[in-house]
Design a binder for this molecule. Structure first.
Ligand code: G6P
Ligand code: MG
Length: 218
């Protein structure tokens, strides 16, 4: 296994830099309950990193009835309105522990920073947290064809930064995100539990444990 100098770190947003993963969970759970669908934290793991419509499809697959395209749009909009209510009052105090320090460490080491979130609310959340200026590139999820676990988003971020994927670390809290990073040929740094993020190259509980070293890319 070769050690390679890292030139960029590409962060996920929800559940990595901000505790918005919990707000997504609350909003999806309420929506699922209105449809008589069971919804718990275990099932929610499959939705992390998955875009809005694909998440809704996974939830509705557990219902015995079929939904029209229009009905799905209404449900997705309802979930998003609820999510936006929950996040409307976020402030920089809602950054997860270690997030600001990790971003600063990357930048002061002269490396590039990217943001790879499939959330269409990402720009709004970055503004609320006042960290938009911490990134050299923020991928616009509205321009993507594929959601995670496809590698498109991480490859797009590396391309915008002008860095080879093999010199990038991807940072993710979701199963889909770790798969996306690995498929992009990057070092996958998992945030959370090694029991859940089994394909990550390294798992740390949160960004307070982030240490900028030269990582080995498989
Ligand atoms: C992130 C979250 C997912 C969420 C997705 C889309 O990847 O981990 O839980 O479904 O973004 O978010 P949006 O804000 O566009 O509904
Ligand atoms: Mg996430």
């Amino acid at each position: 296994m070769n050690k390679q100098a890292i030139e960029a770190v590409i962060f996920d947003l929800d559940g990595v830099l901000a505790d918005t993963a919990h707000f997504h969970f609350l909003a999806w759970r309420e929506l699922a309950q209105t449809q008589g669908i069971d919804f718990d934290e275990t099932f929610n793991e499959c939705l992390k990193g998955v875009d809005r419509m694909a998440s809704l499809e996974l939830i509705l697959r557990q219902s015995s009835r079929n939904y029209t395209h229009e009905e799905k749009q209404v449900l997705a909009n309802k979930k998003n309105q609820h999510y936006q209510q929950l996040t409307a009052t976020m402030t920089p105090a809602d950054l997860l522990p270690g997030a600001r320090e990790a971003l600063e460490a990357v930048r002061s080491a002269g490396l590039k920073t990217g943001l790879a979130s499939v959330s269409k609310n990402a720009f709004f959340i970055l503004e609320r947290l006042e960290i938009r200026d911490c990134f050299d590139d923020v991928v616009d999820a509205a321009l993507l064809t594929h959601t995670k676990p496809h590698p498109e988003i991480f490859l797009t971020a590396a391309n915008h930064l002008g860095i080879d994927p093999s010199a990038c670390i991807g940072v993710e809290d979701s199963l889909a995100g770790i798969t996306s990073i690995k498929a992009a040929g990057m070092f996958a740094l998992g945030i959370g539990s090694a029991n859940v993020l089994t394909d990550a190259d390294l798992v740390i509980p949160d960004l307070r444990h982030f240490l900028l070293n030269d990582y080995a890319v498989n």
